[in-house]
Design a protein around this ligand. Structure first.
Ligand SMILES: O=C(O)CCC(=O)C(=O)O
Length: 340
């Protein structure tokens, strides 16, 4: 468990919930529809927030599904121990920091990939044809660590720099409970900064971006109300700090998207392609427009799994293969049971 109190916030930052807002919403907090000025804000800063992007029904559904996934009630998840009936939802949720690919098992999480607010923003900042390749469910109970500075394109390499995250806040996310922090404008260099292995106990991620021309003082907290959606560019430097609150969670469903025109050379280690230029991860969900590569079909390349502690980042090939094998093994065993 981490210490209850943070030690490294600088004096600019209030620990009172939404203390960073000052007199009102900071720049970049918007309603829909999108306008050229909002798109420009995103281009200049690399992020924006849409308040009420997920309505209360959607939020309740996501929270219900989070409990069901953690209890093992939506099917096999590598790393999830099915809960026994006398365990409380809290006891079960506290076991997991992050579950990758929840949309593979939960219809509600799958539907949340294409919430109207997400489609509206992404078709403005990416283009008319948008695909999703990943979802991650952060549960982050009180005491759980954050994620060190990183850029998502370091992990999910698009060919046209179109990677965009949509981070759906399921609880109010505050400085105290470990909201996102971003360095506005840091995406504009178009550079992927090298990663080093970090051992800071505040962070789960093993890797941390280095050598970038900013300091922590350039970062701003992105405190948002539950139901807000934070959109951020795949080159934007961002991190989160631990959940220092005495109780509760900082839950968020984070989905990643890109332009459907770009191939995606991601998780390809198990595929004997001739040239790196042809690599294209096809375990995708189209959320807007047309898929120019529909003729390739869709492949099953990943299964839901718990992110092992200390192995941050947006997944890796070994974990995906293990998760798929685990899921297939459980499903086969269940089939056998039914046959006998
Ligand atoms: O939600 C968090 O704590 C970190 C999320 C993140 O870094 C990401 O989605 O890339």
């Amino acid at each position: 468990m981490l210490e209850a109190q943070p030690t490294s916030f600088d004096e600019r930052v209030s620990l009172l919930p939404f203390g960073s807002w000052g007199a009102g919403r900071p720049a970049g907090w918007f309603d829909l529809p999108m306008t050229p000025a909002k798109v420009q804000f995103y281009k200049d800063n690399g992020f924006l927030v849409v308040e009420d992007g997920a309505d209360p029904d959607v939020l309740h559904g996501l929270i219900r599904e989070t409990v069901a996934l953690c209890r093992g009630e939506r099917g096999p998840i590598k790393g999830v121990t099915p809960a026994n009936p006398n365990e409380s939802d809290d006891d079960v949720m506290r076991r997991y920091l992050c579950i990758h690919f929840p949309h593979k098992l939960s219809r509600v999480m799958y539907d949340a990939l294409s919430l109207p607010a997400i489609v509206e923003v992404l078709t403005h900042v990416i283009g008319p044809n948008v695909k999703c390749m990943q979802s991650m469910l952060f549960i982050k109970a009180s005491g759980k660590p954050g994620q060190a500075w990183h850029q998502d394109e370091f992990y999910i390499p698009t060919r046209d720099r179109s990677l965009t995250g949509a981070w759906i806040a399921m609880d109010d996310a505050t400085v105290e409970n470990g909201c996102l922090w971003v360095i506005p404008g840091s995406h504009k260099h178009g550079v992927l900064w090298p990663q080093h292995q970090q051992r800071d106990p505040r962070f789960d991620c093993a890797g941390e971006a280095t050598m970038f021309p900013y300091t922590d003082a350039d970062a701003v907290p992105v405190e948002v109300k539950a139901g807000s959606i934070v959109f951020f560019n795949g080159y934007l430097l961002h991190r989160s700090l631990p959940n220092y609150a005495k109780s509760g969670y900082r839950r968020a469903l984070v989905n990643h998207y890109m332009s459907a025109e770009s191939l995606l050379p991601w998780h390809w280690g198990d595929k004997p392609y001739g040239s790196i230029a042809g690599l294209d991860y096809r375990d995708i969900v189209m959320i807007a427009g047309k898929d120019p590569y529909a003729w390739k079909g869709i492949e099953e390349r990943a299964a839901a799994h718990v992110r092992p502690s200390g192995e941050g980042g947006c997944g890796n090939i070994e974990r995906n293969i293990e998760a798929l094998k685990f899921r297939n093994m459980v499903l086969l065993a269940e089939d056998d049971d039914h046959d006998h």
